[in-house]
Write a new protein. Structure first.
Lengths: 441, 304
C-alpha cells in the first residue's frame, strides 16, 4: 500500500480514498476466506446423531462487512502509519505517572482495607474482591519471576496447585491447622520450584517457557491420575475451613461469634478470608519491594536486562534464577493453600494451563515489574469478566486479542515500570530516560 | 511379537501426523527464532475446516468419497494457509524487532483467541464423523491377535511421504527454498542481498500452516472426531518432536515426529495410557536438558 500521496499533494484525498478502498476489498476477501467455512456454516448433531450442516450467511456477511469497513477507515484515517504508543513514555510523563502512581497506591490500599466495611451486606462483591485479591497475589508472585528476573514461566499454576494440595492433604491426613500448613505449603512449593528449576534454568528464555509449561501439565496430569493420593478427577472435598486463631466460624458456643459476643453471621468468615488474602498479598508485595533493594533483587533485574553482561560481571546466573523461581513459587504456594481453604474443595480442573495464561496475562498487561500495574490489571480483568458474564463465550476471545494487542502497542505493559531501583544522585531524570528505552527497539 | 508389530504400525501413523505439525514449528524457529505457540491451534483449525468442507460437499451432493476427500484436503490446506498468513501478519510481524519474549506472549494470546473463536463459531461439543475410509489388511495372524494395517494408516503414511518429498524439493531446488535457507542463516544479510524477507517469512507460515492442515485432515480420518482442544496437546507434542529432532532441521522434525509417535504408542501399550502425555512432556524436558540441539540439530552460538 505505497500510496503516492506525498508526490501529488492536491490529489491526496483521492489517492488515500483509493488506497482505502483497495485495502477494504483486500481485507474483505481475506475475511471471507477465513470465515466462509468457519462462520458461514455451522455443524451440529442432527436428529439421527450424525453431523448436519446449516448455513449462517447473515453472520458471515456482517463479519466480512465489519472487517472491510475497519480496514477502510484505518487506511483512510491513518494511511501507512502504524498505531504506536512508542516503547516508553517521555521522562516528563514518567515523572507525572510516578507521582500519580504514588497517589493511587495508598488510595487503592485504603479502599481495599475498607471494602468489607462498605460492602458488608453484599456477599457477591465480597466474594469477587477475595477472588481479585487472590489473583493480585498470584500476579505479584509471578511478577518476581517474569517481571523482575525476566524468566517466562508458563507453568506457574503448578505451584499454586502444589500449595493447594499440600494444605488439603496435610489438613485431612494429619489434621494440621491452616496456620501450620500455610508456611509448609509455601516451603513445599518453593522446594518444587527449586527441584523443577534446577535442571532447566540454564535454558534460554523461550525454551524455558515451554519447559515450564510442560512441568505445569505434568503436575496436573499426575494430580489427575494418581487416584489413591489426590482423589483423581474427583479432587478433595471437605477441606477444613480456616479458624480465627483457633476459633471456628460456626454458630457453636466456642465459635468466633459467640466468643466475641456477636450474633452469628456467615459473613464473618468472608470478612476474615478477605483480610487474610489482603494480608498475604501485602506480604508478597512488601517482601518483593524489600528484595528489590537487596543484591539478589538487583541481580534479578540485571539478569532481565542482559544475561551475558551478568555473567561477565561474575553473577552466578543459575543461582539468581533459582532464587527468583523459588521465591515466586513460594508465594504461589501460599496463594494455593488460601485457595484450598476458601473453596473447601479442589480438583485438577482448577489448575489448567488457562489459569497460568490468565495469571501471566495479568502480569503482562499490568506491566512487567510494576506492582500497581499488576493490581490494576487484575481488577480490570476479573471485574471485566464479571461484568460481561452473559458474553462468557466471547470474553476469552477478547482476552486473547487483548494479549496480542498489548504486545503490539505497549510491549512492556500498560504501566511500564522499568525505573531502576537505584539511580545516581543528582541527575536521576536523565538516567531514567536512558534506562527506560527499549534495548531491542 | 504380533502386538509389538501392531503398535509399531500405529506409532508410525501417529508419528507421521506429529511430524507434519513439527515442520511448521521447526521452519518458523529456524527463520525468525520464535516458538509459534499458536501452531497447534492452526492444526486444529485445519481439522475443523476439513470437517466443515466435507459436510458441505456431502450436502451439495458430492458423495464420491475419494474425490470429496481430495477436494477437502485442498480446501483445508488453502484456508488454513490463509489463517497462518493472517496470524503472522497481525500478531507476529509488528513484533519482529521487539524484545525476545514479546512474540511468544503474542502467540499465546493468538492461541487462546483461535481456540475460543472455534469454540464460539462451531460449539464446544465434540464433532464425530463416521469412518470415511474403511477396510484393512491382516498382515500377520496368530490365534489370539491379528496384526492389521488399515487403509487410513496407509493413506496417512503415503501422504506424508509425498508431501515430505515435495517439500524437500521446494527447499532444495526452488527460488523460495533458497530464500528460506538464506533467511535462516542470516536475516539481515539476506535482506541486504535482495531477498524479500517479509514475503519469505509469510510463505514460511503459509507452508507450515498448510502442512498442519494436512495433519488435521489425517487426524480427522484416523480418529473420526474433532474438538476445539486438540490443538493444545498436539502442539506441545509436535514442538517436542521438533526439539527432539533438532530445531531448525527439517528431516529432524520428521524423525522427531516419528519417535514421539512411537514412544507415545508404546508407552500406552506397555505401561499406562493415563500417563502417555506425561511421557511425551518428560521427553521434552529430558531432551532440552541433555541434548538441547536435538538429534540432527546444529549447536547454537549465543551472540552478544
Amino acid at each position: 500500500m505505497r500510496n503516492d500521496a506525498a508526490a501529488h499533494p492536491p490529489s491526496r484525498f483521492a489517492s488515500s480514498l483509493g488506497a482505502a478502498i483497495k485495502s477494504a476489498v483486500l481485507a474483505g476477501l481475506v475475511a471471507f476466506g477465513l470465515f466462509s467455512l468457519m462462520i458461514g456454516f455451522y455443524t451440529d448433531r442432527g436428529p439421527t446423531g450424525g453431523l448436519i450442516v446449516t448455513e449462517r450467511f447473515e453472520s458471515l456477511t456482517i463479519i466480512v462487512a465489519v472487517v472491510a469497513a475497519g480496514a477502510f477507515l484505518r487506511t483512510l484515517l491513518l494511511g501507512d502509519r502504524q498505531i504506536s504508543f512508542g516503547p516508553g513514555l517521555s521522562p516528563g510523563w514518567q515523572l507525572r505517572l510516578k507521582r500519580f502512581g504514588g497517589l493511587v497506591a495508598p488510595l487503592l490500599l485504603g479502599f481495599a482495607c475498607l471494602v468489607p466495611v462498605i460492602f458488608y451486606d453484599n456477599r457477591y462483591l465480597l466474594d469477587l474482591s477475595i477472588l481479585i485479591l487472590t489473583y493480585v497475589m498470584l500476579g505479584w508472585g509471578l511478577n518476581i519471576v517474569v517481571g523482575l528476573a525476566g524468566l517466562l514461566d508458563l507453568g506457574y499454576v503448578a505451584f499454586y496447585a502444589v500449595g493447594a494440595y499440600s494444605y488439603a492433604l496435610l489438613a485431612q491426613n494429619f489434621g494440621l491447622s491452616f496456620w501450620i500448613c500455610l508456611p509448609l505449603a509455601g516451603i513445599l512449593a518453593a522446594f518444587w520450584g527449586i527441584l523443577l528449576g534446577f535442571p532447566v534454568l540454564r535454558l534460554r528464555g523461550d525454551y524455558l517457557a515451554i519447559v515450564t509449561l510442560a512441568f505445569g501439565e505434568i503436575i496436573r496430569l499426575v494430580l489427575l491420575n494418581w487416584q489413591d493420593f489426590t482423589g483423581g478427577p474427583n479432587g478433595i472435598s471437605g477441606i477444613p475451613r480456616p479458624s480465627f486463631f483457633g476459633l471456628p466460624f460456626t454458630a457453636d458456643e466456642d465459635g468466633f461469634a459467640a466468643t466475641f459476643g456477636l450474633e452469628f453471621s456467615p459473613t464473618h468468615r468472608l470478612v476474615f478470608l478477605f483480610y487474610l488474602i489482603l494480608a498475604l498479598a501485602l506480604l508478597t508485595s512488601w517482601v518483593t519491594r524489600r528484595l528489590r533493594r537487596l543484591p539478589v533483587g538487583r541481580a534479578w533485574e540485571a539478569l532481565r536486562e542482559d544475561e551475558i553482561a551478568c555473567r561477565a560481571l561474575g553473577i552466578n546466573t543459575t543461582n539468581v534464577k533459582l532464587s527468583a523461581f523459588a521465591t515466586g513459587a513460594m508465594f504461589g504456594g501460599f496463594a494455593g493453600s488460601f485457595f484450598a481453604t476458601r473453596q473447601g474443595f479442589i480438583s485438577p480442573e482448577s489448575f489448567t494451563f488457562s489459569e497460568s495464561a490468565m495469571i501471566l496475562a495479568i502480569v503482562v498487561l499490568g506491566g512487567m515489574g510494576s506492582q500497581i500495574g499488576v493490581a490494576i490489571a487484575a481488577i480490570v480483568m476479573l471485574g471485566g469478566f464479571e461484568l460481561f458474564r452473559e458474553f462468557e463465550q466471547y470474553r476469552m476471545i477478547v482476552f486473547g486479542a487483548a494479549m496480542v494487542a498489548i504486545m503490539i502497542w505497549r510491549p512492556r505493559g500498560i504501566v511500564t515500570a522499568r525505573e531502576p531501583s537505584v539511580t545516581l544522585q543528582g541527575r536521576p531524570a536523565a538516567i531514567v530516560a536512558d534506562t527506560v528505552q527499549d534495548t531491542a527497539a | 511379537m504380533e502386538y509389538f508389530l501392531q503398535q509399531l504400525i500405529n506409532g508410525i501413523a501417529l508419528g507421521s501426523i506429529y511430524g507434519l505439525i513439527a515442520i511448521g514449528y521447526t521452519m518458523v524457529y529456524g527463520i525468525i527464532g520464535m516458538i509459534n505457540f499458536a501452531h497447534g491451534d492452526i492444526y486444529m483449525v485445519g481439522a475443523y475446516i476439513a470437517l466443515i468442507s466435507f459436510l458441505v460437499l456431502m450436502s451439495i451432493g458430492l458423495t464420491a468419497i475419494p474425490v470429496a476427500l481430495l477436494i477437502v484436503l485442498l480446501i483445508a490446506m488453502g484456508v488454513t494457509a490463509l489463517y497462518g498468513w493472517t496470524v503472522e501478519r497481525l500478531a507476529y510481524r509488528p513484533l519482529r524487532h521487539s524484545y525476545r519474549l514479546a512474540p511468544l506472549i503474542s502467540a499465546i494470546g493468538m492461541s487462546i483467541l483461535l481456540q475460543n473463536f472455534v469454540q464460539v463459531a462451531q460449539g464446544a461439543r465434540v464433532k464425530p464423523l463416521p469412518p470415511l475410509i474403511e477396510g484393512n489388511y491382516t498382515l500377520l495372524s496368530s490365534d489370539s491377535f491379528n496384526v492389521q494395517l488399515s487403509n487410513v494408516q496407509i493413506i496417512i503414511v503415503l501422504t506424508t511421504i509425498v508431501l515430505m518429498t515435495v517439500f524437500s524439493w521446494i527447499i532444495a531446488k526452488t527460488r523460495l527454498g533458497r530464500d528460506m535457507r538464506a533467511c535462516e542463516q542470516d536475516l539481515g544479510m539476506a535482506s541486504l542481498l535482495g531477498v524479500d524477507v517479509n514475503r519469505t517469512i509469510s510463505l514460511t507460515f503459509v507452508i507450515g500452516a498448510a502442512l498442519a492442515a494436512v495433519a488435521g485432515v489425517m487426524y480427522l480420518l484416523y480418529y473420526g472426531v474433532a474438538d476445539f482442544f486438540i490443538g493444545f496437546v498436539a502442539g506441545i507434542k509436535a514442538f517436542t518432536a521438533a526439539v527432539l529432532g533438532g530445531i531448525g532441521s527439517l528431516p529432524g522434525a520428521m524423525l522427531g515426529g516419528l519417535l514421539i509417535g512411537l514412544i507415545e504408542t508404546f508407552w500406552s501399550a506397555y505401561f499406562s495410557i493415563e500417563y502417555k502425555d506425561v511421557a511425551a512432556f518428560s521427553i521434552l524436558i529430558v531432551v532440552l536438558i541433555f541434548l538441547p540441539t536435538g538429534i540432527l540439530g546444529r549447536p547454537e552460538v549465543e551472540k552478544v
